[in-house]
Design a protein around this ligand. Sequence first.
Ligand SMILES: [Zn+2]
Length: 366
Amino acid sequence: MQRTLPKYPPHGALRNELKAAVQAYLDGAPHDSPGGWRIFRKSLVIGGIAVGSYLLLLLVATAWWQAIPLSVVLAFALAGIGFNIMHDGGHGSYASHRAGNRMAAMTLDILGGSSYVWRFKHNFLHHSYPNVAGVDDDLEAGALLRLSPHQPRMRIHRFQHWYAWLLYGALAVKWHVVDDYRDVITGRVAGHRMPRPRGWDLVQFLAGKLIFISWAFVIPIWIHGVWLTLAFYLLCFGMMGVIMAAVFQLAHCVEGADQFDCPESTERLEHDWAEQQLATTVNFARGSRLLTWYLGGLNYQVEHHLFPKISHVHYPAVAEVVREVCLRHHVAYREHVTLWDALTAHARHLRDMGHASAVAASAAAA
Ligand SMILES: [Zn+2]
């Protein structure tokens, strides 16, 4: 069944003031546009670690105590490419030219995903309607995970705060084997019609899959055989799945972020666009320079959701401007101070969503 997309009320004063204040900051401060040398230097470091650890794993490692740490490093480096290069490229905030952004976004195709499907599910469905059940694809994690009080509850969900991490480990593998192919063949994502890729988009989709299968399977199997290749594929991409899922979940599926149901087609959403982003998005560990560097600003998701076309290297400064405007408008600026606070808030959210009272609470609120 084709689902309809909800409508927002007209923009309020908050959004206009946020836009003006951030633009005034960007105009007044000397800064690199979009991310300047800092983003290219970072890309070289993370890309170099990824290629280096892959080659060492493929050609040099001969013992488990060499191969396992190299797989861990490779998993962190591949996730780092996703956070810092692919994600910015997909939003058009990596480079000043369209071609540069497209190439950055295409790193996802090389990692076994599809930048074409990502544009639809992440840029459109997720960024337009965060935490709106039935529309935001990030909430559609399969029947075993209940991430919103507006999704059906099963008895097994009461254990989901324990087993969720295992499912996160399967995220990248599911992406490689099922999701992109299913979405492109059916032309649908989370019940919403997605135009199927044609022309160069289709060539890029297929070429990406071929390149990924070559470096992740064909070459390693040729050198190390099937079983060893499969074991290290599962180890590396299982870990990458946990890292990526955890980072995505800590922004929206945590205690402190609001969850919404998709309104009837005749009604509008409760908040305007900017208020919706602020009600559903939570920053974490803003004080950690290491996490801010590695996560590509994904710990500054409030700023990312309000200004996805600004390079993540500017988020720490932009955050101060956003916080000030929120304070003036008496709108909550949501954040968890440390990574641990955010992880435990996610665990509590999973536990609450798995509990029967979450159904009663959502019904009472409706
Ligand atoms: Zn994004």
